[in-house]
Design a protein. Structure first.
Length: 494
């Protein structure tokens, strides 16, 4: 017993630091969904129009998704702890302004700033985790804890939003962030070790930063505004989409030629890094749209109130948490991340197909509960393993960038899924109403189409995983495989 005693304090210190970082991440993720069940109350109090109400969610999403990659690279350059703490400050002040907002414009502007603070905070967390836990087994366990928080936060947000809105008022979905953020900052200052970063001069690429931030911001705006409201073939959608692609192409050219690129393209040489991010975009697109539309199905078709909606999705959180925290690390260690991802994607697809048959007079235990369990099981298996793969090709100097990339693909995937599935659902509902269907039946038919398309996106992610992701021969050889992949000169996925 005595030889192990000296190692105990630093080990405990690291795990306490992990829990502090995950608390900050949970707060950020909660704010992406906590407002959903409070939107009717916000609309009544501040006089939002129906179309304007969506900007309470979209303003946060645009800032969060578009600034994530830049924030991750800033963490590499300036120090990840420094960027994390700055993000907490911005997020906390913006949350306070959201809570005291007395007009629609004030709330939307504060939500945008809140999204920027969320991007700064969450973009660097995964990079800090892989730096704190370099040993593969511990790293898999730590990433499992983080993946649970990042994935389950959406369903927790629905429950928290319902409780706070019904028990107090919608203002408190923002005020509750203040004590959590302050406590997180105090513990992080004490427990999380400072890092120097590679320096601003080593990675200062102002042109690249402006190009990628503009490309992502225009792209996310296109998804959540003209595409969702006017359709994918509308002139405004096509024009803004083309502008986003042009900015993205200019960014790639800039990074390929810059002496100190913001995003070194070498990070994409690993097929696991590239493949895992593509899989995540497709899978998150299906799941996030389903959480949103599933909540509407429970409310508008089955007549659930906000608290009941949150409780309905609680099994997803519980199952996901059990798998992510308890079983993710031994499964990834024993079978490898790729073999854990594949059954997870299959279970998520089955859950979405099950939801695609939920009837107008559906019951919870037959039509909803199995979906929540399958989603929780699939996500609990899939996302921790995906994050292991996505971070596997990153050097310590690029860990913040890889972390920002993982979070960026999740946010862009969520925005894309929400826009596409909501548009398809609304269009299908209008078609059924025009054909003489009743209001409830038409709504259900629209949700059915969205859930089936979401399942299709997940199956597409399964195909990518089968074709692109590489299974290490053994967990012990993973580091050698990573070094070989990142050393290869070709930027190709075989």
């Amino acid at each position: 017993m005595e030889p192990t005693t000296p190692a105990a304090p630093p080990d405990r210190h690291r795990w306490l630091a992990l829990y502090v970082l995950c608390t900050g991440m949970l707060m950020i993720v909660l704010d992406a969904t906590v407002v959903n069940v409070a939107l009717p109350s916000i609309q009544d109090d501040l006089g939002f129009s129906q179309s304007g109400l969506a900007w309470v969610v979209n303003a946060y999403l645009i800032a969060f998704g578009s600034l994530m990659l830049l924030a991750g690279r800033l963490g590499d350059m300036l120090g990840r702890k420094r960027v994390f703490m700055a993000g907490l400050l911005v997020f906390t002040v913006a949350s306070m302004v959201c809570g005291v907002s007395q007009s629609s414009g004030m709330l939307v502007a504060a939500r945008f700033v809140q999204g920027a603070g969320g991007a700064m905070t969450s973009a660097v967390i995964l990079g800090m985790i892989v730096t704190m836990f370099p040993e593969p087994r511990e790293q898999a366990k730590a990433i499992g804890v983080f993946a649970f928080v990042a994935s389950a936060g959406g369903s927790v947000g629905l429950l928290a939003g319902g409780i706070l809105t019904e028990a107090i008022s919608w203002h408190w979905i923002f005020f509750v962030n203040l004590p959590i953020a302050i406590a997180t900052a105090l513990f992080a200052a004490r427990l999380v070790e400072s890092d120097r970063g590679i320096g601003a001069a080593a990675g200062a690429d102002v042109s690249g930063a402006l190009l990628i931030t503009s490309a992502l911001m225009v792209g996310v705006f296109t998804i959540v505004k003209p595409a969702a409201e006017k359709g994918w073939g509308a002139g405004e959608t096509l024009l803004l989409g083309a502008l986003s692609l042009l900015l993205l192409a200019a960014f790639v050219w800039r990074e390929a030629t810059a002496r100190t690129p913001l995003v070194p393209l070498r990070i994409f040489r690993s097929r696991n890094v590239s493949g895992a991010n593509v899989v995540q975009v497709l899978c998150v697109a299906g799941m996030m749209g389903t959480f949103f539309l599933g909540s509407l199905y429970l409310e508008r078709v089955l007549g659930y109130d906000p608290l009941e909606i949150g409780l309905a999705f609680l099994p997803t959180t519980l199952v996901m948490g059990t798998l992510s925290v308890r079983f993710s690390e031994p499964l990834v260690t024993r079978y490898g991340a790729r073999l854990v991802v594949l059954p997870g994607l299959v279970l998520i697809a089955l859950a979405l197909l099950w939801f695609g048959r939920a009837p107008v007079d559906g019951g919870y235990w037959l039509d909803v509960f199995p979906v929540t369990v399958l989603l929780g099981t699939g996500a609990g298996l899939c996302f921790p393993a995906l994050m292991n793969l996505a971070m596997s090709g990153a050097t310590p100097q690029d860990a913040g960038l890889a972390s920002g990339l993982v979070n960026t693909t999740a946010q862009v995937g969520g925005a894309l899924g929400l826009a596409v599935l909501a548009t398809l659902s609304a269009t299908r509902t209008e078609t059924l109403r025009a054909a003489g269907e009743g209001a409830t039946a038409a709504l259900t038919g629209g949700y059915h189409l969205a859930f089936v398309v979401a399942a299709g996106l997940t199956l597409a992610a399964l195909v990518v995983a089968l074709l692109v992701l590489r299974q290490p021969a053994a967990p012990a050889q993973q580091e050698a495989v990573v070094e070989q992949e990142t050393a290869e000169p070709a930027v190709a996925i075989h």
